[in-house]
Every structure is written in structure tokens, then in C-alpha cells.
Design a protein around this ligand. Structure first.
Ligand code: TRP
Length: 457
């Protein structure tokens, strides 16, 4: 304990918690459905480029800011460069946290429902896209059910965040993330051996750039930031609990590798099974929920157990992500507004619940918020709109300012020093160049390109 705020107990504990934040519905739900809507291969390649050229440098910048300042997303800016408007960037991050948590907990709620359905044996036997489709539509279209599920999920999140840093978060992540990995690997094996699976692999890895639209470029960038949990100060917050003797660049890189691997594994589960089942890759937010059950059906006797394990672990992976989203908000109120953790957690958790209601009602329950043949929000239903606005655009804007702050305002030298506490950073010069020039320019260019071609949603 160096700060009295609590700390991660070990390097492994930190890596698992940060990977827990990064790995979540973004990998298993958002990545496949976004890749499906954007034509597959070219989107995937671009996503990979963005992860390593922009995501990793920004991730390290956030962790360095957090550890150097030992403050929240807002406090870090204040402490590193007193005065000025920079803390507003952290404020934007806290706002983004509310925005993402509001729709994210709706999807997370769905995983609880699917866990229940798996236990009840709903996915036994011959499940096809034709039978699993209506199961999803009925659930998502039931407004009170969606709100209830979201509420339960936020309650679970609140209960963990209340307990403080290493008490709850670290212990849970340590045990369950490796188990999740093993279950996913087994599912990949089943999916890629289904008849017709090769079409799915082709869809994911055939890089046809003629299909690439400006919207796909912006979505690939947004997905890279979203999946790594960067662009809103979540990694500033997590870095602030990072002990000084932990090797920051190595830990950050490991987190990014694990996260990307799980996203690709998610794709390798979904797309082969999707083509085997004859479903539509561009089905939208329900994609994973429609396709996954067909795999359990095809797993024979083991399918029942795998179904339960998968949804239980997916719910937990989502929980380690919602924890980090709420933690950003709570750390801000605790550090900057001197609220008690208890009060901040309950108040903000309940606020997120209220903010999530429109998204919960947007899958058919309330026509005005849903996407209908007559009218739709830009990007589809209300949930999809929130997903794009907060998950792509707010994160992109946050990432630009974080780069400018670290590269030019706080100072690249101070940042490199923070990262080199445990031995020299071998790629310091390259990292500095990326953070100062390449990343901010590239993100601005993508945003301008998307707005210019009028395809930003
Ligand atoms: N990265 C998580 C996922 O892929 C979602 C998430 C958690 C997040 N915390 C975040 C996204 C902070 C952006 C910022 O599911």
C-alpha cells in the first residue's frame, strides 16, 4: 500500500484485472457483429492495425498517466499539469463511462437470461438459426424483462465496486479469466469443424479492400479503442492503482495481446458456425445470441454443459468490464469530490440504471426507440446509436486529447521516465513518435474522413 487508496497485489493481479476490463462483450459480442456489418476481412485487418499502431501506444500513455499521478481520470490531468482546461478531458471520460455503461449493461443482462435458458435446457438438441432467432427476439423485445436483467447486472457491478480495488475485482479475475479462455478454445474447435465452416474463416480473413467503406474504417478504430478499454480514462484509473515496481510497458502489451487474441477467437467461434447455420453476418446486435446456441446444439451431450459454462463465464467477463466502467466514475467522485466509496457507488450505479432504460426498450419493446422499416435512428435502434456515439466517437476524441496531453503538455520525457522505472523502455523513441504524431493525426484523419463522406454513423 503506497497511497492509502489500495493497490493491486501483484503484477499478475494487475494484468488479469486490466485484461478483465479489456476482455468482455467487446470481444465476443461487439467485435463479431461489427465485423459482420462491415464486410469481414478488411475490417478485421484494419482493426488489427489500429490495435497495435494506435491502441497499444495510447494504452501505455494512459497507464503512465495513472501511475505517475495516482489519481482518477480527472485528477490525473490536474495533478500532472496544474491549471488549464485539461481536466475536462477526464470529465469527458467520466461522461463516456456513463454512456457506455448504459447500453453495455443491457447486453450484459441478456447474458444472464441466456445463462438461465442454458440451465433450463433450451439449447439442447437440434438448435438452428430459425429456432434460436425467435428466442432472442422475444427476450430482447420484452421491455420489463430487459430492464430487470439490466438492473440485476448493475446490482452485481455495484456490489463488487463497493468492495474496493483488490478485494473484489482482483480475486474474481484471477480465477475466472483463464477458465473462460479454455472454454472458448473448445468452442473454436467445435465451430471450425462444423460442415461449411471454412466459409466463415474465409469471411474473417479474406482481406477484400474493395468492400471497405469509410464507416468501416471509423468502426475499426472505435472497436480497437473500445476493446482495449481506452480513450476515457479507464486505464488511467487502473494505472493509478499500479505499484511502482511493475514493468508497465510489458504488462500493457500483454493485456493488448490477450484482448486481441480473445476477439479473434470470438470471431473464429461465431463466423464458421454462422455460415454453417446459414445466418446473416449483418444481423446486428443480436448476432451472437442467435448463432451461439446453434454451436451448443451441435456439441451433442457436452453442449448442455458448455452452454452453461459459456454464458456464466461471458457474464463474468462482462462483469469485470462493467466494474472498470463504474470504477472510473466512482474513483472520480471519491478522489475529486470526497464522496465515500459507498455513496458514490450506489448513486452512480442507480444513475446508470436510469440511463440504460432507453437502450433496454430499444429492441422492439418501445417502437419509438427501436428500428422499424419506417424509421430508425442513425445507426439503427437507440442502443446501436449509443454504442456508436460513445463507443466509437467519444473514445476517439478522448484518445486524441490523451495523446496531445501526454505527448506535448505533460511531456513525453516525463511519460517515458514513468514507463522506464523498471529498466529501459527499448522502443521509447518509437513510442514517443507514435504518441506525439502518428496516433493523434491518424485518429483525426479517420474522424474527418468519416464526417467528410457522411458515414460517421
Ligand atoms: N473493453 C471492454 C470490452 O471489450 C468494455 C470496456 C470496459 C470499456 N471498460 C471500458 C470500453 C472503458 C471503453 C472504455 O467489453
Amino acid at each position: 500500500m503506497q497511497t492509502g487508496r489500495g493497490n493491486w497485489n501483484s503484477r499478475l493481479g494487475f494484468i488479469l484485472a486490466a485484461a478483465g476490463s479489456a476482455i468482455g462483450l467487446g470481444n465476443i459480442w461487439r467485435f463479431p457483429y461489427t465485423a459482420g456489418e462491415n464486410g469481414g476481412g478488411a475490417f478485421v485487418l484494419l482493426y488489427l492495425i489500429f490495435v497495435f499502431a494506435i491502441g497499444v501506444p495510447v494504452l501505455l500513455a494512459e497507464l503512465a498517466m495513472g501511475r505517475a499521478s495516482e489519481r482518477s481520470a480527472v485528477g490525473a490531468f490536474k495533478k500532472l499539469v496544474p491549471g488549464g482546461l485539461w481536466p475536462a478531458v477526464g470529465g469527458l471520460g467520466v461522461l463516456t463511462g456513463f454512456g457506455i455503461l448504459s447500453f453495455y449493461s443491457v447486453i450484459a443482462g441478456w447474458t444472464l437470461r441466456y445463462l438461465y435458458l442454458a440451465i433450463m435446457g433450451t439449447f439442447k438438441g437440434d438448435v438452428t438459426a430459425a429456432t434460436s432467432g425467435p428466442i432472442f427476439t422475444n427476450m430482447a423485445g420484452d421491455g420489463s424483462m430487459a430492464i430487470l436483467l439490466m438492473g440485476i447486472f448493475l446490482l452485481l457491478t455495484i456490489l463488487v465496486v463497493r468492495g474496493g480495488i483488490s478485494g473484489g475485482i482482483e480475486r474474481a479475475a484471477k480465477i475466472l479469466m483463464p477458465v473462460f479462455f479454455l472454454v472458448l478454445i473448445a468452442m473454436v474447435i467445435r465451430s471450425v469443424t462444423l460442415p461449411g465452416a471454412s466459409q466463415g474463416i474465409e469471411f474473417l480473413f479474406h482481406f477484400d479492400f474493395s468492400k471497405l467503406t469509410a464507416a468501416a474504417v471509423a468502426s475499426a478504430l472505435g472497436q480497437a479503442l473500445f476493446s482495449l478499454s481506452i480513450g476515457m480514462g479507464a486505464m488511467i484509473t487502473y494505472g493509478s492503482y499500479l505499484p511502482k515496481d511493475i514493468n508497465l510497458p510489458v504488462s500493457g502489451f500483454i493485456v493488448a495481446l490477450c484482448d486481441t487474441a480473445i476477439a479473434l477467437i470470438g470471431g473464429l467461434i461465431i463466423f464458421p458456425a454462422l455460415f454453417a447455420a446459414g445466418a446473416d453476418p449483418a444481423a446486428g446486435p443480436g448476432l451472437v445470441f442467435v448463432v451461439m446456441p446453434t454451436i451448443f446444439g451441435a456439441m451433442g451431450g457436452f453442449g448442455y454443459l458448455f452452454g452453461i459454462a459459456f454464458y456464466a463465464l461471458l457474464a463474468i467477463a462482462a462483469l469485470t468490464s462493467t466494474i472498470s466502467l463504474l470504477e472510473v466514475i466512482v474513483t472520480y467522485f471519491v478522489d475529486e469530490r470526497q464522496w465515500s466509496r459507498e455513496k458514490a457507488t450506489w448513486t452512480m450505479g442507480i444513475l446508470c440504471f436510469l440511463m440504460g432504460i432507453p437502450s433496454a426498450l430499444s429492441q422492439g419493446a418501445f417502437t419509438w426507440l427501436s428500428s422499424t422499416p419506417e424509421r430508425a435512428f442513425p445507426g439503427g435502434d437507440f442502443l446501436s446509436l449509443a454504442n456508436i456515439v460513445f463507443g466509437n466517437y467519444f473514445l476517439s476524441i478522448g484518445a486524441i486529447f490523451i495523446c496531445i496531453f501526454v505527448g506535448w503538455k505533460w511531456g513525453i520525457k516525463a511519460a517515458v521516465e514513468e514507463m522506464s522505472r523498471n529498466g529501459k523502455l527499448p522502443v521509447a523513441a518509437m513510442w514517443s513518435f507514435m504518441v506525439r504524431y502518428v496516433c493523434p493525426v491518424a485518429v483525426v484523419a479517420v474522424l474527418i474522413y468519416a464526417i467528410w463522406t457522411n458515414s460517421y454513423l
